[in-house]
Ligand binder design. Structure first.
Ligand code: URA
Length: 186
C-alpha cells in the first residue's frame, strides 16, 4: 500500500491522459492526512497549476473564508480535486481524463479514510456520488455510501459568479460542521 508521498511522486510523473502535456505542476492535494473531512473540487486552475497547490486563487480564498466560518482551517482538512492536472483554458475535464485520474483519488481516500467527503461543484458530485445528481437541488443533503457520508455543495467559483447562492452554501457548511461534530462525539 502506497503512502501519500509515494502516490504524489507517482502522480507527478503521470502521463495517463493528455492533460500532462500542458501542466506546469500536478496538483495532488494537501492538508491533514489524519482528517475525517475531505473536500474534492473539480480540477486545478491557472494559479493552482503554477503553484502545485489546490484552491489558491480567488475561489480558494472564498473557500478559506467559508471554512473559517465553521471554525476550520486547512490544517484540519484535506483538499484535492477530481483531476490532478489543469484542463486547458479551465474547460471541464473530459470523461476519459476523469476515468484515467480517478485511481489517484481512490487511493487518497483509501489512505486518508475520511468520514465525510464534501464535493464542490456539479462535476465532483456526479463523479463521487452519482451521475444523476442535480447540484442546485441535491446540495446540502447527505448521501451515505459505505462508511462515508458525501455532502455535495456549490463550487466556490460558482459562488463568486452568483453571490446570491452564498446563503445556500452557508447552510451546507453548517451541515458539514454539525455532521463532523456528531461523528467526533461518538
Ligand atoms: N477549482 C477547483 O475545482 N479546484 C482547484 O484546485 C481550484 C479551483
Amino acid at each position: 500500500m502506497y503512502d501519500l508521498n509515494q502516490l504524489n511522486s507517482i502522480c507527478s510523473k503521470c502521463n495517463r491522459c493528455r492533460l500532462y502535456e500542458n501542466r506546469t505542476n500536478i496538483v495532488f492535494g494537501e492538508g491533514n492526512p489524519q482528517t475525517d473531512l475531505m473536500f474534492v473540487g473539480e480540477g486545478p486552475g491557472s494559479n493552482e497549476d503554477r503553484l502545485g497547490r489546490p484552491f489558491v486563487g480567488k475561489a480558494g480564498h472564498l473557500l478559506d473564508k467559508m471554512l473559517k466560518a465553521i471554525d476550520l482551517t486547512r490544517d484540519e482538512i484535506y483538499i484535492t480535486n477530481i483531476v490532478k492536472c489543469r484542463p486547458p483554458g479551465n474547460r471541464n475535464p473530459q470523461e476519459s481524463e476523469i476515468e484515467k485520474c480517478l485511481p489517484y483519488l481512490r487511493w487518497q481516500v483509501k489512505i486518508i479514510q475520511p468520514k465525510i467527503i464534501v464535493s464542490l461543484g456539479s462535476i465532483s458530485a456526479k463523479v463521487l456520488i452519482n451521475e444523476d445528481i442535480k447540484i442546485t437541488k441535491d446540495r446540502g443533503r447527505i448521501f451515505t455510501k459505505g462508511k462515508i457520508k458525501f455532502i455535495p455543495s456549490l463550487h466556490p467559483a460558482y459562488l463568486l459568479r452568483n453571490p446570491n447562492a452564498k446563503k445556500d452554501s452557508w447552510e451546507d457548511f453548517k451541515l458539514i460542521s454539525k455532521t463532523l461534530k456528531e461523528l467526533r462525539s461518538r
